[in-house]
Ligand binder design. Structure first.
Ligand code: TXA
Ligand code: MG
Length: 343
């Protein structure tokens, strides 16, 4: 059930969390699907609801740095602890630190990796909920596995309906892209596992050392961070990858990143994410636009691109992953349909 977030509904959601149930709440990035991170049985419900592979670990949310430190392996090296402390200066905020985990965290949360992703979200509703529940809360994005992350309570409801007893409605999320994930497991070699609005430059300045951007398609560094992540059901293609001259007659949608781009195609629908190509605006609207287009019964969604600096890195990371579901590059939907009908 979607309920407006207020003191009473936050109390009710906290009580459910403590009792081992699953609830959804807004953060500054996307909506999360939360459960008591110290109860394996509660976290199991998250995996079941999302149809999430057990190999993909969950991020644990807390409301204080003391709460965050309590999740770290006490025998983590002093250089590692120092980096963790420096990183915590960015909290509350959209960055997740992956560090060796304390024993109390069940293996289901960390997918047996031995390390845990931790963050303090910068959202008053999330913080109030975490304070009220006074337990660490494991929460992936509140979408079905492989589908687009939710940036509104309605998106969450569209995926799970009444299977979630409480969806706290806090309106549209401010940032629209999931947190930056950085691994500090090897303190001499911090690695960004997932780009986000906290950029490499900010991380290097905060940590006082070089930070490597994870490059590669391996699923091993962070199981959910491979080349394929989530996508709308409708095929999606980058504008630069298709020849609009060859797709005449198809029902196409176009997600533009700025106004004033005139393409020689009679698009069925167009969504413009920002008047002037502002990267934060594009980030905030991206997932809503993908979901919106997906509901319009299109043959193909065509999407713009932006420069890959700052937040642009995270935007293009998500766009490429969404376009690459199942490793599929764009192919003419008519041909694919034809192929399917022959099976
Ligand atoms: O902004 C966010 O991070 C949102 C909100 C709800 O906080 N959460 C989120 O969770 O995006 P999720 O599960 O959708 O994405 C977390 C990513 C996963 O791809 C997972 O593989 C990675 O972080 N991750 C979590 N724990 C990890 C660990 N111990 N080692 C490596 N990667 C980890
Ligand atoms: Mg996710």
């Amino acid at each position: 059930m979607i309920v407006p977030a207020n003191a009473e509904t936050i109390r009710a959601a906290a009580a459910l969390l403590r009792a081992g149930q699953v609830v959804s709440f807004p953060t500054e990035t996307v909506y999360g699907l939360g459960a008591n991170a110290l109860l394996a049985g509660a976290c199991e419900k998250i995996f079941r609801l999302k149809n999430r592979p057990p190999t993909n670990p969950l991020i644990v949310h807390v409301h204080s740095t003391a709460g965050a430190e309590a999740l770290v392996d006490p025998s983590f090296s002093s250089s590692g602890k120092r980096l963790f402390e420096r990183l915590s200066a960015l909290w509350p905020g959209p960055v997740t630190a992956v560090v060796p985990k304390r024993e109390t965290i069940p293996d289901i949360v960390t997918a047996g990796t031995g390390s845990v992703g931790i963050r303090i979200p910068a959202n008053d509703i999330a913080l109030a909920l975490l304070r009220e529940a006074s337990i660490p809360v494991a929460a992936p994005s509140a979408n079905l596995s492989n589908y687009v992350s939710p940036t509104t309570a309605r998106h969450v409801y569209d995926g799970f309906g009444e299977d979630i007893p409480i969806i706290l409605d806090g309106g549209g999320t401010a940032l629209g892209l999931e947190s930056t994930v950085i691994s500090l497991v090897e303190p001499a070699n911090p690695v960004i596992l997932r780009p986000g609005t906290v950029t490499k430059e900010i991380l290097e300045e905060t940590l006082g050392c070089k930070v490597r951007a994870y490059a590669g398609a391996s699923q091993s560094a962070s199981p959910g961070l491979g080349p394929v992540h989530y996508a709308p059901s409708t095929p999606l293609a980058l504008l630069k990858d298709i020849d609009l001259g060859t797709v005449g007659g198809l029902k196409l949608g176009f997600i533009a990143f700025r106004e004033g781009l005139h393409l020689e195609y009679d698009f069925h629908s167009v969504i413009v994410l920002s008047a002037n190509g502002s990267l934060p605006e594009i980030a905030t609207g991206l997932y809503g636009a993908l979901r919106d287009m997906d509901a319009r019964d299109l043959d193909l969604i065509v999407i713009d691109e932006c420069i890959e600096t700052g937040v642009g890195t995270a935007i293009m990371d998500r766009v490429r992953k969404a376009a690459a579901l199942h490793g599929r590059r764009y192919e003419d939907p008519r041909r694919r349909r034809h192929t399917r009908s022959n099976i």
